[in-house]
Design a protein around this ligand. Structure first.
Ligand SMILES: [Zn+2]
Length: 294
């Protein structure tokens, strides 16, 4: 019996040994933050970026941490969060893992109030590239503290990414300038930061938060709102059903388009430019939708 126990212990020890000296783990709460982390630790040996919520999760509204998520966090050297009320589970993390180093990307980002009433702030801050430039500054500073041996490489990555984001911001600004003041109707409360940055107006929101199915009465009210606004384009999100939008579109004749809030994406071989690619595709869609409106 003791022999079996010691064999098991030996096996466990052998399993644990290669792990002991292995990668330092940077955990991110969800996909948009994971995209930023991948850029910040790009090319740095011995550092591994992991996304806690599965890449197809979407926003973390009402998200509950699984046992697997908790294990992933227990293994992490640092935990990067969006902040601004996105990770509603945070108090559970602080309670269970008081030693875990948490870096909040939203510090110094000018926050908009939430209109859902469920949280104080609208958490969809990453949809403005100007905000992302602040976010990567916060994340890079936290990462440099957590991984001091890699501080220089992290800062070099941040500076390179910042230059790309500055270019993206300018491209969006230039592309959307002709549509300044245009009204759009979006699927959930994801786009106010984007709209504010580029002079668009979110005139109505189809469903306050994903998962809220609309009642026939709410659909009827939405039809009235859309008609009252002169049938501006409706924007759904690839992560959620577009049934309500299609119903409203059929009633009003408003066009339906897809805007991607970049909360989901590929799990493996994620291009470092994924955020930029999605935002430029959103620009293309907006140009088409708003252009056809004129
Ligand atoms: Zn959301």
């Amino acid at each position: 019996m003791t022999r079996i126990v010691s064999l098991i212990l030996l096996a466990l020890l052998l399993l644990a040994l290669p792990l002991a000296g292995s990668a330092e783990v940077v955990a991110s709460s969800f996909y948009p933050i994971h995209l930023l982390a991948l850029n910040l630790v790009d090319g740095i040996d011995g550092v591994e970026a992991r996304c806690v919520a599965a890449p197809q999760t979407g926003c973390l509204h009402d998200y509950q941490l699984s046992a697997g998520d908790m294990r992933a966090l227990a293994e992490a050297d640092v935990f990067l969060i969006n902040g601004a009320d996105m990770e509603s589970y945070l108090s559970h993390v602080f309670e269970a893992l008081p030693e875990l180093r948490v870096v909040d990307a939203s510090a110094d980002v000018p926050l908009l109030p939430s209109e859902t009433g469920e949280t104080a702030y609208n958490p969809h801050i990453w949809l403005s590239p100007a905000n992302v430039r602040i976010m990567i500054r916060n994340l890079a500073a936290g990462l440099a503290e957590a991984l001091p041996g890699h501080a220089e490489a992290i800062e070099a990555n941040r500076a390179a990414y910042d230059a790309r984001l500055e270019k993206l911001d300018a491209e969006l600004r230039e592309g959307l300038a002709p549509f300044s003041g245009a009204e759009i109707i979006t699927f959930h409360e994801a786009f106010p930061y984007f709209a504010e940055a580029y002079g668009l107006r979110v005139a109505a929101v189809i469903a306050r938060e994903p998962g809220d199915a609309l009642s026939p009465r709410e659909i009827a009210e939405l039809v009235e709102t859309v008609r009252g606004l002169g049938n501006p384009p409706l924007f759904t999100e690839p992560q959620y059903t577009d049934l309500a939008a299609k119903t409203v579109a059929a009633e009003t004749g408003a066009g339906v388009w897809v805007l991607d809030p970049c909360v989901t994406g590929p799990e493996k071989d994620i291009p470092l430019t994924y955020y930029e690619d999605v935002m430029l595709e959103n620009l293309r869609v907006l140009e088409e939708a708003l252009g056809s409106d004129k």
